[in-house]
Design a protein. Structure first.
Lengths: 501, 128
């Protein structure tokens, strides 16, 4: 390269921009950088490389577009507005509105804000409909017209939370199919899904946010966009970004409306971030490997905010397509497109090499520490708060003894447990009555129900009530992860709760 | 090879699949089936190399046989996200070296679940 050693030690963004202008900047993708650092070490890599490009392409629900439609004649202050029957938020100035990607159409299924944004970007006409009460300055009460992206004054994409650094992966321990924002999760740990692009994802390549900050110029869906701060729910190492960019300059190649069955509409957003290699530390950061990026597989079978961790996992394992859960091999689906993310890295690299894209210096850093608090809410009642004591019996208990216990303790349900306290079955007073009537006076294991519907202590009571209704039963054993019986929740426990409230 | 068998009111009562297995000494994989009052249908997988003689035998028992060549089709709309990979019961989909989603369509058993999970509606089952 023949550069002065003193300059090389600490490069500046201005210096890199000079070289981009001259056409001499060395730009590599995050994938290429891993190899360079491995081969030459961080010091040497930092001397040679000016910019590393990163990329991600995933469904990012926290996205949308601010529009200014221009004024009609006579003018209207839009109090409600619909674009192709998808409502946009209008609690701002007269003809400004924000269309969120997940907002659903009132008339067409599996169609939402993301699809409307896609129609605009593809140059199609969109129907605009608005209503108002009318004021002296804005007398018009309704309007219906057709518009294209060219007709509006501004169409500014503004995404409160994009480019998640890493995600928790998802699986499902329950016995039914779950339709989630993490895709369709098959029962009994049938599959695992994850999102994010791991070692090529922007924030993983600058984990201390030294160069990615407020004011950083980025590639956003094909346009030049900017980071305008940390995203909502920013919580390093699960960092996020708030970004904006001009929809009129975006390309349908780098964004896509999508539908997750049973969940709704979202939008794949393409983001590429150039990382200036200012020194050896930045070179080391950009050499991060998938196996060093750790996350957890969570159990979406538990309908709570704090879902149980099934196991720890890294992105290398996730990307291999198979992970082991409880001794079994489970197949993994990525939900972000590594293919398009790579295309973005390459495109951003090309633009910088051609002098079409320059780096910007962040004017403020985003926090490296930040808490993601839960919602403040009235205390929620979970099963363990209201469950009653379970009278456990062993499988060898005679039907006669069981009937005595039912009468002495005046209960209706007896969970049957093995010597370790693990649930084997359940007998009810009805089972006993039936057994007596039929002269089956042996052991309870001969008459017990073995397929038992259960709940966990941390499940909300609403979930327990729903299970009682769905299976038309009156009690559920409460069990822990090892199937040990902790208690019993009955319909009486639940009705007592309602009376108390 | 995947076959669609249609049984009429007579053949629906006959153990045609067992007969075929015993007579032809071949294994038949039943993928999916339904039996109605007057007719029934089955999707079965048979040995590729002996397809014609097996089909001939089943037909000789009065069952209507249609060879299914129409498998899952992936359009240009695919963004290679891979949502289909872990859902498919017979592992039709995988990521290739280029990180594109590739489909080994000959494995497809036409269950259709991938069509439902594809977030960009890039999958389609041509009708038979």
């Amino acid at each position: 390269m023949g550069r002065d050693a003193a300059i090389v030690k600490r490069k500046t963004i201005d210096g890199i921009n000079e070289r981009i202008k001259e056409g001499s900047a060395v730009v590599v993708t995050a994938e290429e950088m891993k190899e360079i650092v491995e081969e030459k070490g961080a010091e040497k890599a930092a001397e040679e490389v000016d910019v590393v490009t990163t990329g991600t392409f995933g469904a990012m629900c926290s996205s949308g577009v601010f529009f200014n439609f221009g004024h009609s004649d006579p003018p209207i202050r839009m109090q409600r507005v619909w674009l192709n029957d998808v409502e946009a938020y209008t609690g701002i100035a007269a003809v400004d509105a924000f269309l969120g990607v997940t907002q659903l159409s009132k008339s067409v299924e599996e169609y939402g804000g993301a699809h409307v944004i896609e129609e605009f970007v593809k140059g199609r006409e969109v129907e605009l409909r608005a209503e108002s009460d009318g004021t002296d300055c804005y007398p018009r009460k309704e309007i219906a017209t057709e518009i294209t992206l060219e007709d509006v004054n501004q169409a500014e994409m503004l995404n409160p939370r994009n480019a998640y650094q890493r995600y928790k992966a998802a699986t499902n321990s329950s016995n039914k199919v779950l339709k989630t924002y993490m895709g369709t999760l098959l029962p009994n740990f049938g599959n695992v899904t994850f999102a994010g692009t791991g070692e090529i994802s922007p924030l993983n390549n600058d984990p201390e946010y030294r160069t990615i900050g407020l004011g950083t110029r980025i590639f956003l869906c094909g346009a030049e966009g900017y980071i305008i701060g940390a995203g909502t729910q920013h919580s390093p190492p699960f960092g996020t970004l708030m970004v904006k960019g001009n929809l009129k300059e975006m390309s349908p190649d780098y964004m896509r409306a999508c539908v997750f069955p049973g969940y709704g509409v979202s939008m794949f957003i393409g983001i590429g971030i150039p990382i200036p290699i200012l020194d050896a530390e930045m070179a080391k950061f950009t050499a991060v490997k998938d196996r060093e990026i750790e996350t957890e597989i969570l159990d979406y079978g538990v309908p709570r905010r704090d879902r149980p961790v099934v196991r720890k996992v890294n992105y290398e394992e996730l990307k291999s397509g198979k992970v082991e859960i409880n001794g079994e091999e489970v197949r993994v689906s990525p939900l972000s497109s590594y293919f398009v993310a790579r295309k973005i890295m390459e495109e951003l690299k090309r633009r910088i090499e051609n002098g079409e894209f320059f780096l910007s210096k962040p004017i403020e850093r985003i926090p490296v520490r930040s808490d993601f608090k839960p919602m403040r809410q009235k205390e929620i009642v979970v099963v363990k708060n209201v469950m009653s004591e379970a009278i456990r019996i062993s499988p060898e208990t005679s039907v006669m003894d069981a009937s005595r216990i039912i009468i002495d303790k005046s209960v209706n349900h007896l969970p049957v447990v093995d010597s370790e306290g693990k649930l084997r079955g359940i007998v009810t007073s009805w089972d006993i009555a039936k057994a007596v009537a039929m002269g089956r006076m042996g052991k309870v294991e001969e008459i017990m129900t073995t397929k038992v519907v259960t709940v966990h202590p941390e499940d909300p009571v609403e979930f327990a009530a729903e299970k009682l209704r769905r299976y038309d039963i009156s009690a559920l054993p409460v069990i822990d992860a090892k199937r040990r019986v902790l208690g019993l929740i009955t319909s009486e426990d639940l009705s007592r709760l309602i009376v108390k409230r | 090879m995947l076959l669609y068998l249609h049984f009429d009111s007579k053949t629906v009562k006959e153990p045609v699949i067992s007969l075929t297995t015993l007579e032809k000494k071949t294994l038949i994989n039943i993928i999916r089936g339904s039996v109605g009052a007057r007719e029934g249908e089955l999707f079965v997988e048979i040995e590729d190399s002996r397809a014609s003689e097996i089909i001939e035998f089943i037909r000789s028992k009065g069952v209507e046989v249609t060879e299914i060549r129409e498998k899952i089709a992936k359009s240009e709309d695919c963004i290679h996200c891979g949502a289909c990979i872990s859902i498919c019961p017979v592992e039709v989909f995988s990521l290739n070296d280029d990180f594109r989603v590739e489909a080994e369509v000959e494995k497809c058993i036409r269950c259709g679940i991938c069509i439902y999970v594809c977030p960009v509606k890039a999958l389609e089952l041509p009708s038979i």
